[in-house]
Design a protein around this ligand. Structure first.
Ligand SMILES: C[S@@+](CC[C@H](N)C(=O)[O-])C[C@H]1O[C@@H](n2cnc3c(N)ncnc32)[C@H](O)[C@@H]1O
Length: 270
């Protein structure tokens, strides 16, 4: 799989991937606690996007730099900071050489991006290069807690969408959300390259509520990165089948459900 530039998602990213008020601030507090951050701690965020994670760090005056491959996504950040000083940002492919000197940062974090990367091992080796000795590398994905019972609407629609695409002959690698990377694969790799590692749930939070109808509409509008490579006619055919399923078979299509999720972090110190 190739790098995914989110320029396509700029106009709807915050609406579809945003958090309830206060979640990003609690995330910042959890990261600062776990890394024992102090006033001079230097942070780098890989794939900062529109700043949904980074903004509270920047707004609080942390020494915080973000990189992303998408200038469009990063352009959304400055207006959100209002009168504060402009954010420190750089365009870079995080699976290539990072534009920073060795031993520059105390904390390097990457949230909701490793599942999109091709050469994720290169990203880890570059992160190690720019980390100071003893610094923290934090790789975070959002997961359902292990004790979750009924699947939430987005998971129901995602499964149905996969079934429809398979019936239309799309291969399973294209249907899968992302590169198939698991937290254990990241953890094992970090151990293998000499990291002192841990996997923890940094924070539990409630997602913004969604219904199956909302998720079907988002699929039909191609709002998910794993649909971007589908040919237009195939996507339209699949979207029609999904809408038919919603109207005729889906249980509780309009119930809004708020799912409990966790920020699961794989952390390494070198
Ligand atoms: C799902 S968004 C996550 C953004 C942010 N971390 C968040 O949690 O809201 C993924 C981001 O990764 C960026 N991205 C994907 N591949 C990248 C790469 N190879 N180098 C830099 N950024 C990349 C995309 O442009 C997008 O902004």
């Amino acid at each position: 799989m190739t790098t995914l530039n989110y320029d396509l998602a700029v106009t709807y990213y915050d609406e579809t991937r945003g958090f309830r008020a206060g979640v990003s601030e609690r995330y910042r507090a959890a990261v600062r606690r776990i890394t024992e951050a102090e006033d001079g701690t230097r942070f780098l965020e890989l794939a900062i996007g529109t700043g949904l994670i980074g903004l509270p760090f920047m707004a609080a005056g942390d020494d915080y730099i973000g990189v992303d491959i998408s200038r469009g996504m990063m352009r959304q950040i400055a207006p959100k900071l209002h009168d504060l000083s402009p954010p420190a940002l750089a365009q870079a492919d995080i699976t290539d050489r990072l534009p920073f000197a060795a031993d520059s940062f105390d904390v390097v974090q990457a949230v909701r991006v490793f599942h999109l990367l091709g050469d994720w091992r290169r990203c880890i080796s570059e992160s190690r290069r720019v980390l100071k000795p003893g610094g923290h590398l934090i790789i975070v994905e959002i997961r359902r807690p292990s004790d979750t019972s009924a699947p939430p609407p987005w998971a129901v629609v995602q499964d149905k969408w996969g079934e429809i695409l398979r019936d239309l002959g799309v291969d399973s690698a294209s249907i899968r959300h992302g590169n198939g990377l698991t937290d254990d694969m990241v953890l094992n790799h970090l151990c293998a390259v000499g990291g002192d590692t841990a996997m923890i749930d940094l924070l539990a939070f409630d997602e913004l509520p969604v219904s199956c109808r909302t998720m079907v509409e988002r699929r039909a509008k191609r709002m998910f990165s794993n649909d971007w490579a589908l040919p237009e006619d195939l996507h339209s055919q699949a979207a029609r089948a999904l809408c038919e399923w919603l109207e005729n078979e889906c249980q509780r299509a309009d119930d809004f459900v708020q799912q409990r999720m966790v920020f699961r972090a794989v952390i390494a110190r070198f």
